[in-house]
Design a protein around this ligand. Structure first.
Ligand code: SAM
Length: 185
């Protein structure tokens, strides 16, 4: 089974803190293996995502690349399948089997944008994939793409090394392990 990396393009320190951090948390929670940020370097963002991984468990990797072009070229050399999520692409429902096969055999890079995505990304990707042909959000597109790739299996992921876990309950708000410093947003 190959891995799934999420490449977040065009991060802006002042404007994208929250959305970029939610791209990373969504990637982790829904079964991607790593997130790579490009755009403006933001050590606070890298640190806050790393802290979540440390407390909530798993081996999710967080990093920054100064050049998304180099990153994509390197991953292509490794044989990974480059998937750009965009409303201009082929509907995911038409290519989900192809994505699952590429995940299994090669590993995937899922690219999401922020503001305007350079045309080169559309051309360098192995495939442009749409989650509907309506404009919405990188977080929603990523969540649905991951769910389609994993076919819902990601909903049962557990992290044995987690310092904090939730005790599922119909009512109330319970944790199995408590950390006094932890806050859930
Ligand atoms: N206006 C920007 C442009 O033209 O490149 C896109 C902005 S959108 C808020 C940010 C990102 O969300 C996009 O780059 C894309 O990755 C993702 N996105 C938004 N709608 C999508 C859709 N219908 N299907 C797939 N991805 C989508």
């Amino acid at each position: 089974m190959g891995k799934i990396a999420v490449l977040r393009l065009g991060h802006r320190v002042k404007r994208d803190q929250r959305v970029s951090s939610h791209v990373a948390l969504t990637a982790r929670a829904l079964g991607a293996d790593e997130v790579v940020f490009s755009g403006e370097y933001d050590p606070g963002l890298l640190e806050s995502v790393s802290k979540v991984v440390e407390r909530w468990g798993g081996n999710f990797k967080v990093s920054y690349t100064p050049s998304w072009r180099t990153f994509i070229a390197e991953r292509k050399t490794r044989g990974e399948y480059i998937v750009h999520l965009t409303m201009y692409g082929i509907g995911i429902q038409e290519v989900e089997e192809e994505l699952r096969r590429a995940h299994e055999e090669r590993g995937l890079v899922l690219i999401v944008g922020s503001s305007k995505v350079p045309i080169e990304v559309y051309e360098e990707a192995d495939i442009n994939v749409a989650v509907t042909h309506q404009p919405h959000s990188e977080i929603a597109a990523l969540a649905i793409a991951l769910d389609r790739i994993h076919q819902g299996k990601e909903l049962n992921i557990n992290y044995p090394d987690a310092k904090i876990t939730i005790k599922p309950s119909r009512l109330g708000k319970l944790r199995k392990k408590e950390s006094p410093r932890e806050e859930i947003n």
